[in-house]
Design a protein around this ligand. Structure first.
Ligand code: MG
Length: 264
């Protein structure tokens, strides 16, 4: 009798030790098999993704905010002074082109709306090559949240520092490829941008950015180091939602078909 009880006790202790060891090793096969025995065990029905018609607004996704469709510049103001844009609108061709207007001062634009994380689509075109070189040929840029510049440049037979070429986050990374089409033809940028997170003015999560240039991956979940700088190293300062800017850098770059989908 005593021997029997002793045997049971030893068996219990041993099986408990065995199960613990299996769990520590991450081996839960027996449990998993038991829990997920039917196909339905791994099927979920909520949440249900929102229906988005990818071409629902004249070819633009139905849930996108259209920032420029070629008919007007109503979504934009000048950074300098906040007035009506001096850019040239060509409604017939649904384009706008950087133009300083009569004042001949910087004509960088920003959106009236402010954004956090976004999917951003824009199309742009370098002007005819009139012999300018390096950063002086077809330079513009899309500044997301007013601080982080994705470079626009005509790099066709035009060398410059590679962390400042087309498709770079300006002076922060060399793009994975140069996917330019010939000068004066339309390029597309599709950007997935995750805004930085701050707590009490301190950076908690930096920007992550992915860029497809004419459908070619050129920035792959790149971690932005801070606001892009012409001189010196980038750094972060806490901020909230902010505009998208299109840079005037002394080149008559054209734009069309600009829209965003908010991701937060
Ligand atoms: Mg630029």
């Amino acid at each position: 009798m005593i021997l029997n009880r002793l045997l049971i006790l030893v068996t219990l202790l041993f099986s408990s030790f065995y199960v613990n060891a299996q769990e520590k090793n991450g081996n839960t096969d027996s449990k998993e098999t038991k829990k997920y025995s039917k196909p339905e065990d791994t099927e979920v029905y909520t949440p249900v993704p929102a229906v988005v018609n990818p071409y629902g607004q004249n070819g633009v996704p139905s849930d996108a905010i259209v920032l420029f469709d070629g008919s007007n510049l109503d979504e934009w103001v000048m950074v300098r002074g906040g007035g009506v844009p001096t850019w040239k609108l060509d409604a017939a061709n649904k384009t706008m082109t950087i133009d300083k207007g009569v004042e001949k001062k910087n004509a960088t634009l920003r959106t009236k709306k402010k954004f956090g994380s976004v999917q951003l689509h824009l199309e742009w075109k370098s002007p005819r090559n009139t012999g300018n070189k390096g950063q002086d040929r077809g330079n513009s840029g899309g500044y997301i949240q007013e601080r982080y510049e994705v470079q626009i440049l005509d790099n066709n037979d035009n060398e410059t520092y590679t962390n400042g070429q087309v498709g770079s986050v300006y002076k922060q990374t060399v793009p994975l490829a140069n996917a330019l089409v010939p000068t004066e033809q339309w390029n597309s940028y599709d950007i997935i941008y995750h805004a930085p997170k701050f707590e009490n003015e301190k950076l908690v999560t930096p920007v992550s950015i992915t860029l497809l240039h004419n459908g070619v991956l050129v920035l792959d979940d790149f971690t932005i180091q801070g606001a892009t700088e012409y001189i010196g190293l980038p750094s972060y300062k806490a901020h909230g939602k902010a505009s998208i800017k299109l840079q005037d850098h002394e080149s008559a770059v054209g734009f069309r078909n600009i829209w965003v989908r908010e991701l937060d």
